[in-house]
Ligand binder design. Structure first.
Ligand SMILES: Cc1ncc(COP(=O)(O)O)c(C=O)c1O
Length: 397
């Protein structure tokens, strides 16, 4: 493989504002010039060199014709191999279908497997486009709370059992690792959820996009790997876009456990849901096959950053509740004890000139929360934290 051009690719901690502001993508493009963005889930880091090299190579070959994928894209077997290597899950390449992103994956599965007004269980808070999807598709949202305990965020699994029984849910949308809390469900918790799914014959739609952003000693376990029963009732959604910072490539995979659903999927008009771009497949393949060295360095930097956020929030904003995330590069901060009298996202933007995600779109009762994206350089993170703590009336650092 042709090496990536070495010049012009900065290190993880070597990001200049001019370099970041030259991006056309939304995180840096939308905010005003004096604002530091720590909102949308894109990382500030450069694209992994093996991905850059693979994309350059395709463009250098002028290889932008129709793809030759009579049996599906090469990603199907690449995905299955990666799941086996990283998680010991024997995913089947034959059960993989490509989509442009996880929201499309979710919408398609809901469209095929559920009907108007069907009840669907989902953790709250949650990734806003998933909640919006359920609303616009007129599925009844059955909220399963994530609870803030002294030991961290916990999914209320007992509530799942009761709610599913009471509401007659058809499906569970499980986001694990969880956005926005960063919680990684343990084997015991997953087994409990799988037993509930079996008891109530639930389809489990498992979003595992943050799996490769799990910090040791926590361990991601694919839901479909739990048992034969789980394998047959689980649709797994993932992509390389979070862990390798590739949101623009528009490429994701769905692994269909249930035979009936896979058959329904394959009975759809072949182009109704689009075809992924070969460049998206090339980028994903390069990330999954050649990106591990970059990814190890990434996790070292993110681990340092998550601890930095925790240390600064604990010492300068002791009233703000925050748990060290077990995965993701997102910090979920409960500012309600500060009694601000206005949404914290507005105060931080106005007084601190930092754009964060406000809690409101993540679900009911979340408007006093902030989601802070810490996937940036050490210097920028320190500047962001200094501004945010000052805007929220925190102690001097
Ligand atoms: C839990 C979760 N699912 C899905 C997505 C969507 O990712 P993509 O648009 O790259 O498919 C995100 C993005 O942040 C996410 O956090």
């Amino acid at each position: 493989m042709k090496p990536a051009p070495a010049r012009g690719i900065p290190g993880f901690d070597d990001l200049s504002l001019d370099w970041l502001r030259a991006r056309g993508s939304v995180k840096w493009h939308r905010p005003k010039r004096d604002v530091l963005p720590a909102w949308v889930a894109d990382m500030d880091f450069p694209t992994p060199p093996p991905v850059v090299a693979a994309l350059y190579e395709a463009v250098d070959r002028h290889d932008l014709g129709y793809p030759d994928w009579p049996d599906g894209s090469p990603l199907r077997s690449v995905f299955a191999k990666r799941m086996a290597e990283r998680h010991g899950w024997a995913a089947s390449a034959d059960r993989v279908r490509e989509q442009t992103d996880l929201i499309q994956c979710l919408q398609l599965v809901l469209h095929l497997a559920t009907s108007d007004a069907d009840a669907v269980a989902v953790q709250v808070p949650n990734y806003p486009p998933f909640l919006a999807t359920l609303q616009t598709m007129n599925r009844r949202i059955v909220p399963i709370p994530m609870e803030d305990t002294d030991d961290g965020w916990r999914m209320d699994i007992a509530a799942l059992d009761t709610a599913v029984k009471r509401s007659g849910c058809k499906a569970l949308v499980l986001v694990n690792p969880h956005n926005p809390t960063g919680r990684v469900l343990t084997q015991d918790e997953l087994v409990e959820i799988a037993a509930i799914a079996r008891r109530h014959d639930l389809l489990v739609i498992s979003d595992e996009i943050h799996a490769e952003l799990t910090y040791a000693p926590h361990r991601h376990i694919p839901f479909a790997s739990l048992s034969d029963d789980a394998a047959h009732r689980t649709v797994t959604l993932t992509s390389a876009t979070k862990a390798f910072n590739l949101a623009a490539i528009r490429c994701a995979v769905t692994h269909y456990g249930p035979d009936r659903l896979l058959a329904l999927r394959d009975a759809q008009p072949p182009d109704l849901y689009g075809t992924v771009s070969p460049l998206g497949v090339i980028a994903t393949q390069a990330a999954w096959e050649h990106g591990d060295a970059w990814h190890r360095d990434l996790l070292t930097v993110l681990d340092r950053n998550r601890r930095r956020v925790h240390e600064v929030v604990s010492s300068r904003l002791p009233l703000v509740r925050h748990h060290l995330p077990e995965a993701t590069y997102l910090a979920w901060l409960d500012t309600r004890p500060l009694g601000l009298g206005e949404p914290p996202v507005e105060k931080v933007l106005r007084d601190g000139r930092v754009l964060l995600d406000g809690g409101a779109p993540f679900g009911p009762d979340a408007d006093g929360f902030l989601r802070l994206n810490f996937a940036t350089s050490q210097d920028l993170l320190d500047e962001i934290l200094a501004r945010v703590t000052a805007a929220l009336g925190g102690r001097e650092g």
